[in-house]
Design a protein around this ligand. Structure first.
Ligand code: SF4
Length: 212
Protein backbone atom coordinates (compact mmCIF):
# COMPACT_ATOMS: atom_id res chain seq x y z
CA UNK A 1 0.00 0.00 0.00
CA UNK A 2 1.37 3.36 -0.93
CA UNK A 3 1.19 6.62 1.00
CA UNK A 4 -2.12 8.43 1.30
CA UNK A 5 -1.60 11.50 3.49
CA UNK A 6 -3.86 13.66 1.30
CA UNK A 7 -6.76 11.34 2.14
CA UNK A 8 -5.94 10.83 5.84
CA UNK A 9 -8.45 12.10 8.40
CA UNK A 10 -6.28 11.40 11.48
CA UNK A 11 -3.42 13.87 11.31
CA UNK A 12 -1.64 11.85 14.00
CA UNK A 13 1.72 13.09 12.75
CA UNK A 14 0.90 16.59 13.96
CA UNK A 15 0.40 15.34 17.54
CA UNK A 16 2.86 12.41 17.61
CA UNK A 17 -0.14 10.19 18.30
CA UNK A 18 1.01 6.72 17.28
CA UNK A 19 -1.97 5.08 18.98
CA UNK A 20 -4.52 6.61 16.61
CA UNK A 21 -2.40 6.70 13.48
CA UNK A 22 -3.91 4.90 10.47
CA UNK A 23 -2.52 1.59 9.31
CA UNK A 24 0.53 2.06 7.11
CA UNK A 25 1.07 5.61 8.30
CA UNK A 26 4.64 6.48 7.29
CA UNK A 27 5.22 8.34 10.58
CA UNK A 28 5.01 5.34 12.87
CA UNK A 29 6.18 1.75 12.83
CA UNK A 30 8.89 1.96 10.18
CA UNK A 31 11.81 4.26 9.50
CA UNK A 32 12.55 6.33 12.61
CA UNK A 33 15.54 8.50 11.78
CA UNK A 34 13.55 11.43 10.45
CA UNK A 35 16.45 13.82 10.97
CA UNK A 36 18.59 11.94 8.48
CA UNK A 37 19.13 14.08 5.43
CA UNK A 38 19.08 17.32 7.40
CA UNK A 39 22.75 18.12 7.62
CA UNK A 40 24.83 21.18 6.88
CA UNK A 41 23.01 23.75 4.77
CA UNK A 42 19.86 21.59 4.58
CA UNK A 43 19.64 21.52 8.37
CA UNK A 44 20.09 25.28 8.53
CA UNK A 45 17.44 25.86 5.82
CA UNK A 46 15.02 23.62 7.73
CA UNK A 47 15.75 25.34 11.04
CA UNK A 48 15.48 28.88 9.67
CA UNK A 49 12.31 28.01 7.70
CA UNK A 50 10.65 26.88 10.92
CA UNK A 51 11.60 30.14 12.62
CA UNK A 52 10.40 32.26 9.68
CA UNK A 53 7.11 30.34 9.79
CA UNK A 54 6.53 30.82 13.51
CA UNK A 55 7.77 34.38 13.82
CA UNK A 56 5.67 35.78 11.00
CA UNK A 57 2.76 33.36 11.06
CA UNK A 58 -0.35 34.92 9.51
CA UNK A 59 1.31 38.32 9.57
CA UNK A 60 4.01 38.32 6.90
CA UNK A 61 3.16 38.00 3.23
CA UNK A 62 5.17 35.62 1.08
CA UNK A 63 7.53 38.29 -0.26
CA UNK A 64 8.19 39.41 3.32
CA UNK A 65 8.81 35.82 4.39
CA UNK A 66 11.26 35.40 1.50
CA UNK A 67 13.18 38.48 2.62
CA UNK A 68 13.08 37.37 6.25
CA UNK A 69 14.35 33.92 5.26
CA UNK A 70 17.17 35.40 3.14
CA UNK A 71 18.22 37.81 5.89
CA UNK A 72 18.33 35.04 8.48
CA UNK A 73 20.23 32.74 6.09
CA UNK A 74 22.74 35.47 5.20
CA UNK A 75 21.79 35.35 1.49
CA UNK A 76 22.65 38.70 -0.03
CA UNK A 77 22.91 38.16 -3.78
CA UNK A 78 19.53 37.12 -5.18
CA UNK A 79 18.89 35.63 -8.61
CA UNK A 80 15.48 36.51 -9.95
CA UNK A 81 14.12 34.35 -12.79
CA UNK A 82 10.83 35.73 -14.00
CA UNK A 83 8.28 35.37 -16.77
CA UNK A 84 8.30 38.22 -19.28
CA UNK A 85 4.50 38.23 -19.03
CA UNK A 86 5.02 39.45 -15.46
CA UNK A 87 7.69 42.00 -16.32
CA UNK A 88 5.98 44.81 -14.43
CA UNK A 89 5.56 42.72 -11.30
CA UNK A 90 9.19 41.59 -11.58
CA UNK A 91 10.34 45.19 -11.79
CA UNK A 92 8.45 46.14 -8.63
CA UNK A 93 9.62 43.05 -6.74
CA UNK A 94 13.26 43.57 -7.78
CA UNK A 95 13.07 47.15 -6.53
CA UNK A 96 11.63 45.97 -3.21
CA UNK A 97 14.49 43.48 -2.80
CA UNK A 98 17.05 46.17 -3.60
CA UNK A 99 15.42 48.66 -1.21
CA UNK A 100 15.85 46.04 1.48
CA UNK A 101 19.57 45.64 0.96
CA UNK A 102 19.79 42.75 -1.47
CA UNK A 103 21.77 42.65 -4.70
CA UNK A 104 19.47 41.44 -7.48
CA UNK A 105 20.45 39.70 -10.70
CA UNK A 106 17.38 39.20 -12.89
CA UNK A 107 16.89 37.14 -16.04
CA UNK A 108 13.65 37.06 -18.05
CA UNK A 109 12.27 33.86 -19.52
CA UNK A 110 12.75 34.83 -23.17
CA UNK A 111 16.51 35.16 -22.75
CA UNK A 112 18.37 33.96 -25.84
CA UNK A 113 15.56 35.04 -28.17
CA UNK A 114 15.48 31.60 -29.75
CA UNK A 115 12.51 30.50 -31.85
CA UNK A 116 10.33 27.69 -30.49
CA UNK A 117 10.86 25.60 -33.63
CA UNK A 118 14.38 24.85 -32.34
CA UNK A 119 12.92 22.66 -29.58
CA UNK A 120 10.52 20.86 -31.92
CA UNK A 121 7.43 23.05 -31.70
CA UNK A 122 5.70 23.04 -35.09
CA UNK A 123 4.49 26.29 -36.67
CA UNK A 124 0.87 25.20 -36.22
CA UNK A 125 1.49 24.48 -32.54
CA UNK A 126 2.62 28.04 -31.81
CA UNK A 127 0.39 30.53 -30.07
CA UNK A 128 0.29 33.06 -32.93
CA UNK A 129 2.69 31.81 -35.61
CA UNK A 130 5.82 33.46 -36.98
CA UNK A 131 8.80 34.07 -34.72
CA UNK A 132 7.96 33.13 -31.14
CA UNK A 133 10.73 33.22 -28.58
CA UNK A 134 10.84 30.07 -26.50
CA UNK A 135 10.85 30.31 -22.73
CA UNK A 136 14.39 29.43 -21.75
CA UNK A 137 14.52 28.29 -18.13
CA UNK A 138 17.73 26.32 -18.60
CA UNK A 139 19.52 29.50 -19.62
CA UNK A 140 17.89 31.46 -16.83
CA UNK A 141 19.36 28.95 -14.38
CA UNK A 142 22.73 28.79 -16.14
CA UNK A 143 23.15 32.56 -16.18
CA UNK A 144 22.27 32.80 -12.50
CA UNK A 145 24.61 29.88 -11.74
CA UNK A 146 27.37 31.81 -13.52
CA UNK A 147 26.60 34.84 -11.37
CA UNK A 148 27.03 32.67 -8.28
CA UNK A 149 23.87 33.98 -6.67
CA UNK A 150 23.30 32.99 -3.04
CA UNK A 151 19.62 32.25 -3.56
CA UNK A 152 17.26 32.22 -6.52
CA UNK A 153 13.61 33.27 -6.69
CA UNK A 154 11.24 32.40 -9.51
CA UNK A 155 8.23 34.46 -10.47
CA UNK A 156 5.53 33.21 -12.79
CA UNK A 157 7.44 30.58 -14.73
CA UNK A 158 5.09 28.33 -16.71
CA UNK A 159 4.26 24.78 -15.74
CA UNK A 160 7.15 22.67 -17.06
CA UNK A 161 9.45 25.63 -17.57
CA UNK A 162 9.61 25.89 -13.80
CA UNK A 163 10.44 22.17 -13.76
CA UNK A 164 13.53 22.81 -15.85
CA UNK A 165 14.63 25.83 -13.85
CA UNK A 166 14.30 23.86 -10.62
CA UNK A 167 16.36 21.04 -12.15
CA UNK A 168 19.17 23.33 -13.30
CA UNK A 169 19.51 25.91 -10.53
CA UNK A 170 22.60 25.40 -8.42
CA UNK A 171 21.70 27.88 -5.70
CA UNK A 172 18.81 27.01 -3.38
CA UNK A 173 15.58 28.60 -4.52
CA UNK A 174 12.00 29.44 -3.74
CA UNK A 175 8.90 30.62 -5.58
CA UNK A 176 7.47 34.12 -5.21
CA UNK A 177 4.41 33.22 -7.30
CA UNK A 178 3.37 30.54 -9.75
CA UNK A 179 1.68 31.30 -13.03
CA UNK A 180 -2.03 30.88 -13.53
CA UNK A 181 -3.17 33.06 -16.39
CA UNK A 182 -6.85 32.47 -15.65
CA UNK A 183 -7.01 33.15 -11.91
CA UNK A 184 -4.65 36.09 -11.46
CA UNK A 185 -1.87 33.64 -10.50
CA UNK A 186 -3.89 32.08 -7.73
CA UNK A 187 -4.24 28.40 -8.75
CA UNK A 188 -6.06 27.48 -5.56
CA UNK A 189 -8.99 29.65 -6.65
CA UNK A 190 -9.95 26.84 -9.04
CA UNK A 191 -9.46 24.24 -6.30
CA UNK A 192 -11.63 26.20 -3.85
CA UNK A 193 -14.37 26.27 -6.49
CA UNK A 194 -13.99 22.64 -7.52
CA UNK A 195 -17.29 21.66 -5.95
CA UNK A 196 -19.04 24.76 -7.22
CA UNK A 197 -18.46 26.91 -10.29
CA UNK A 198 -15.32 24.96 -11.27
CA UNK A 199 -16.88 21.47 -11.24
CA UNK A 200 -15.28 20.87 -14.61
CA UNK A 201 -11.97 20.10 -12.86
CA UNK A 202 -13.36 16.67 -11.96
CA UNK A 203 -13.80 15.69 -15.61
CA UNK A 204 -10.72 17.36 -17.06
CA UNK A 205 -9.21 14.13 -18.42
CA UNK A 206 -12.43 13.08 -20.12
CA UNK A 207 -13.25 16.55 -21.45
CA UNK A 208 -9.78 16.92 -22.96
CA UNK A 209 -9.67 13.53 -24.59
CA UNK A 210 -7.17 11.89 -22.23
CA UNK A 211 -9.51 9.02 -21.44
CA UNK A 212 -10.46 6.21 -23.79
S1 SF4 B 1 1.77 10.85 8.22
FE1 SF4 B 1 0.22 9.41 8.98
S2 SF4 B 1 -1.09 10.60 10.33
FE2 SF4 B 1 0.09 12.06 9.10
S3 SF4 B 1 -1.26 12.53 7.35
FE3 SF4 B 1 0.10 10.85 6.72
S4 SF4 B 1 -1.05 8.98 7.16
FE4 SF4 B 1 -2.05 10.65 8.29
Amino acid sequence: MSYFCADCAQGSCRRHDAEHAPKNCPSFGGETDFYAGYEGEEREIARVSAIVESSGYGRLTRIEEIMDFCKRMGYRKLGFAFCMGLHNEAKVAARIFRENGFDVVSVGCKVGSADKTGIGVKEEEKQHGGFEAMCNPVWQAKLLNGEKTDFNIILGLCVGHDTLFIRHTQAPMTVLAVKDRVTGHNPLAAVYLADGFYKKLHTFSKDHGYEE
